[in-house]
Structure formats: C-alpha cells, structure tokens
Design a protein around this ligand. Structure first.
Ligand SMILES: NC(=O)c1ccc[n+]([C@@H]2O[C@H](COP(=O)([O-])OP(=O)(O)OC[C@H]3O[C@@H](n4cnc5c(N)ncnc54)[C@H](O)[C@@H]3O)[C@@H](O)[C@H]2O)c1
Length: 323
C-alpha cells in the first residue's frame, strides 16, 4: 500500500515508517519538523508540510494519491499542554480536523490514529481496558479524545475506516540504530535516566509515597517496534476490526524498577533526588491486554524491560556521542 505518515520524522513515527518500508509498503512522510528530525525521515519521500496549512496538506494528498494515512503528528508534552492549552487544541485538534478534511477531499478513507492512555485520566481499576471511562486530566489528553470523537463522526458521515491506538509508555529504540528517541525537552523516564547518567545530575524522582509496591509510579513500557507492528496490523484489518485498541504489554514497572534495569544494563549507578509528587501523575497506568492480541493478532515481542532499556541505551550512546 502507499501510505502517508504524518509525524514520520518523530520518535514513534520514524520507527513505524522503517517497519512499514521493511514490510513492502511505500511511504510518504509528512512533517513540519517542529519536533522531529530530518535525519529520522530517511525512508520514503518527504513532504515538509504543517497540518495547520490546509491548502498545502490537501495538495500533498492530491499529489501522492495514497491508500491510507497513519497520523502521528501532534504535540505530546503534558506540562506544556497545561501551560499552553491553545497550542494543543490548535495543533492536535485543528491539525487533525484539517487532515480529515483533506482526506475526504481526496477520497482517502483509511486512517490509523495515534491516541494515548491519557484519554482515561485517573484509573478506576488496576488495569485499563478500552471500555474504562474516559476523563482526561490535562489538555493533551482532552485534545486526543476530541480527535477520537471527531474520527467517529467522520466515520458515520464520510465512511471513514479508522482505528485509534491508545499507547501506554513508548520505550526503546531501533536495534539497527537507524533511528531513535530524541525529544527536547526530554520527559520520558528512560532517556531522562540516561541524561542523568551522562550529565552527572541527579534524576528527579517525583513521589515515593504512592499506593504501589515500592511507593513510586508504575507504568506499562511498550517497545516502539511493537507499536510499529501494531500499526501495520491495524491497517491490514481496518474495517474488520474494532475502532479502538490499547497498546501496552499488560505488565507494569515502577520507577525504581526502571532505575534498577538501567543500572543493570549500563553498569552505572543512578543518582536519585527524591521529590514531591507531581500533580496529575496517576499511581499506576497499565494496559489490560487482550483486545489487540485477540483481534489484530498483536503480541508484544519486547516483554523484557532490560532488553528494551538496552535498545534505548545503545541508541543514546550512539546519538549523543556523535552529537
Ligand atoms: N511517546 C509516547 O510515549 C506516546 C504515548 C502515547 C501517545 N503518543 C502519541 O504518539 C504520537 C507520536 O509521539 P512521539 O513521541 O513520536 O512524538 P514526536 O514529537 O517525537 O513526534 C511527533 C512528530 O509530529 C510532528 N508534528 C507535530 N505537529 C505537526 C504539525 N502541525 N504538522 C506536521 N508535523 C507535525 C513533529 O515535528 C514530530 O516529528 C503523538 O501523537 C503522541 O501523542 C506518544
């Protein structure tokens, strides 16, 4: 298939593009490079377009005549979304509205959308299934939930075939070291621990008194390559599968467990500075596995946290040593 991948120069997008090309798909990366990297857009052709520019977006879709779209492009920093909600509603919601409009104008009717477990808000149960109530606690989560709603409405009005994939914590990097994770600022735990190791500054550990086994927050770390394969599988089943899937391993790890895994993989000791809880951090976010496995035939291959951390560390060393 010929696919347009928005945000294909970003962390998850670029890994997915590589995976899609390896599986015989033709890819056009569409990115404005506001948060992505030119070096990461190394497969397929590239359109430097902002989703907020409806005219250029529609023209790009007309030029390429794609069969489907994968939509990763968004801003995804929770704290920034709280400070600057207008940025998030404009980029994530209006940008997605433009994309859907441009798709309808070009008769492109297949879409896989990057959603997030942030649509659930504070969990009511140990593990989150797709039917868990959706009560986002920040503008980022709201903006994603609004896009899900809009996709649903386009499904009914325009016959869109779409699947929303709600990821838990993306982690790890391409073992081939051709792309990887580089965010600025970095907010994801594993690269933040690496940054602390490299800089010698202590890692801030927010909250040690949660109702979790060791008092620190528990998260479900899903390898970016498993996210990539889930996108391909969802694309192949569009129209025959459900409209929403959680993507997680079903296993949670605490911050302290992740630190221990990093220490084991790197052979270095992580300096930690314990501080107060951050507002808006739920104690535990773990996916209830099942639906994606059952319907899409998706089984996460990366279930060993140390292997995930090792893949990220190799990338980190290569990228930051060369930088
Ligand atoms: N990283 C995670 O753990 C995680 C978890 C859940 C959901 N998600 C979602 O996955 C997607 C990808 O996340 P990521 O970590 O790869 O982010 P990223 O910032 O690395 O990539 C996003 C890409 O989108 C591009 N982009 C942003 N706004 C754009 C616009 N208006 N026009 C064109 N391009 C634009 C950026 O330049 C960047 O290349 C996002 O939608 C995010 O909400 C990520």
């Amino acid at each position: 298939m010929k696919l347009l991948v928005t945000g294909g120069a970003g962390y998850i997008g670029s890994h997915t593009v590589k995976h899609l090309v390896e599986h015989g798909h033709e890819v056009v990366v569409l990115d404005n490079f506001s948060r992505g990297h030119r070096w990461a857009a190394r497969w397929g052709s590239v359109e430097e377009v902002d989703l907020l520019d409806l005219e250029s977006l529609t023209a790009a879709l007309r030029r390429h005549q794609v069969d489907a779209v994968m939509h990763f492009a968004a801003f995804a920093l929770v704290g920034e979304s709280v400070r600057n909600p207008e940025l998030y509603y404009r980029n994530n919601f209006v940008g997605s509205l433009n994309l859907l409009q441009a798709m309808v104008a070009n008769q492109v009717s297949r879409l896989v959308f990057s959603s997030t477990c942030a649509v659930y808000g504070n969990p009511h149960s140990q593990k989150l299934a797709e039917d868990h109530p959706k009560n986002p606690v920040n503008p980022y989560g709201h903006s994603k939930l609004m896009v899900e709603q809009m996709i649903d409405d386009f499904r009914h009005a325009h016959g869109l075939q779409a699947c929303c994939l709600r990821y838990f914590n993306a982690a790890g990097c391409d073992p081939g070291l051709e792309t990887g994770e580089v965010h600025d600022p970095e907010t994801h735990l594993i690269p933040c621990i690496f940054n602390s190791l490299v800089s010698g500054k202590p890692l801030q550990l927010y909250g040690t008194d949660y109702a979790t086994p060791d008092g620190t927050c528990v998260r479900d770390y899903v390898h970016v390559l498993d996210l990539a394969s889930a996108h391909r599988l969802a694309l192949e089943k569009l129209g025959q599968c459900q409209t929403v899937y959680n993507l997680g391993t079903g296993r949670g790890f605490s911050v302290r467990e992740v630190i221990a895994a990093v220490e084991k993989v790197t052979g270095r000791r992580v300096m930690v500075q314990e501080s107060a809880r951050r507002p808006g951090d739920p104690p535990s976010l773990v996916a209830a596995g099942g639906r994606a496995q059952h319907d899409l035939g998706w089984t996460p291959a990366w279930t060993d946290l140390e292997a995930t951390v090792a893949s990220a560390w190799r990338w980190h060393c290569q990228y930051f040593c060369q930088a």
